[in-house]
Design a protein around this ligand. Structure first.
Ligand SMILES: Cc1ncc(COP(=O)(O)O)c(C=O)c1O
Length: 353
């Protein structure tokens, strides 16, 4: 606390990201990064940027990246916005498109950054409870609102919402923006990107941090009607003209073009996920049906916090959320390599024996 703080700062409850421990030799399964690094094409593109041109500012509009993303979705560059990680894209969406008098709506169990943005921008919000089986019931969203946002698949459950339900939601909600945060869509979900042409109030947000193995580079993007993209661009150009540096733009372009590396790593993550869920089942865990690169799982008679501590003692880090109470028994576990998943299973077997 300080008398020098602006009033809004006193009221902020910042987001707490998952730990990035400085220790080596950890099995790090806590922040949903890709266990496989970026491919050689991305590394070569980054190396090519290590040059004298670093004295020059990067392209403020990231035109080449927008063009590459637009082509991969059959859209125009005017339908694409890029930012410094999808968190920044989301922040601009809250500011540019969700800040109205009516409360915005999102699930009670979801990405915990959403209420933080509401606090930062003074946006009223209402949370709508997931069903007893942790599903989003889109019929609940049929009420006056200043906008709707949810991840698909949801975080931290990993559960998918079928595209037909998203389309129904767009049909019953035409007067405010619906943001679908598809951070984990490439691991088995059905993207709403093809609906962008049909629904002028749909914004689909993607990241290169998960399926494109570039959490360290910070690049994310949004797809939507050109009017929505213009709103985001106005906010961006009132905040930071160069959110993506030369490395981020070059690496992101290469990653978007490297389809085979992307498909191969997603396939490996999905196969490890299937193996891990089956093995955890044998140890007495119930796992929600995940289409993400993480799972949400609880043991039938062991406490989530305790298991997290026991795993940490064995240098395995997973994520545990104390609140709300309904999810306290669960562990959120990022899908690692086969070796990391096997290490997790043997540690749990030992802990439970
Ligand atoms: C649901 C969801 N959306 C967005 C993000 C932000 O990803 P990034 O800022 O790395 O693009 C995350 C990160 O974990 C997430 O879980």
């Amino acid at each position: 606390m300080s008398k020098f703080w602006s009033p809004v700062v006193h009221e902020l409850t910042p987001y707490i990201p998952g730990e990035q421990p400085k220790l080596v030799n950890l099995v790090k399964l806590n922040t949903n990064e890709n266990p496989y690094g970026p491919g050689p094409r991305v590394l070569a593109a980054l190396q090519a940027e290590v040059s004298d041109t670093l004295r020059l500012y990067p392209d403020p509009n990231s035109d080449r990246l927008k063009q590459t993303i637009a082509e991969s979705f059959g859209l125009a560059p005017s339908n694409v916005f890029v930012g410094n990680g999808s968190d920044e894209v989301l922040a601009h969406a809250f500011h540019a498109l969700l800040q109205h008098d009516q409360p915005i709506l999102f699930p009670d169990i979801t990405y915990s950054f959403y209420p933080v943005y509401c606090g930062l921008y003074g946006i009223p919000f209402e949370t709508l409870p997931l069903t007893s089986t942790f599903q989003i019931d889109v019929a609940d969203y049929r009420r006056a609102n200043g906008g709707i946002i949810f991840p698909n698949p949801n975080a931290p459950t990993g559960m998918a919402l079928p595209l037909s339900n998203i389309e129904y939601l767009l049909q019953i909600n035409t007067d405010s923006v619906v943001v679908v945060d598809e951070a984990y869509i490439d691991f088995g979900g059905e993207s709403a990107a093809p609906l962008v042409d049909t629904y002028p109030n749909l914004l689909v947000v993607h990241t290169l941090s998960k399926s494109r193995s570039l959490a360290g580079l910070r690049a994310g993007y949004a797809l939507g009607h050109a009017d929505l993209i213009e709103a985001l661009t106005r906010v961006k150009d009132s905040f930071n003209s160069y959110p993506l540096d030369r490395f981020a733009q070059a690496g992101a372009v290469a990653a978007m073009l490297d389809q085979s590396h992307f498909e191969e790593t997603c396939r490996k993550v999905i196969s490890s996920r299937n193996w891990l869920v089956a093995e955890l089942g044998k140890l007495g865990f119930d796992t929600l049906p995940s289409v993400a690169n993480f799972i949400f799982t609880r043991h039938q008679n062991r406490d989530g916090a305790e298991l997290t501590t026991r795993l940490r003692e064995r240098s395995i880090i997973v994520r545990h959320f104390k609140n709300p109470a309904r999810i306290a028994p669960y562990l959120r576990i990022t899908i690692g390599t086969n070796e990391q998943c096997a290490a997790l299973v043997s540690a749990l077997r030992e802990i439970l024996s």
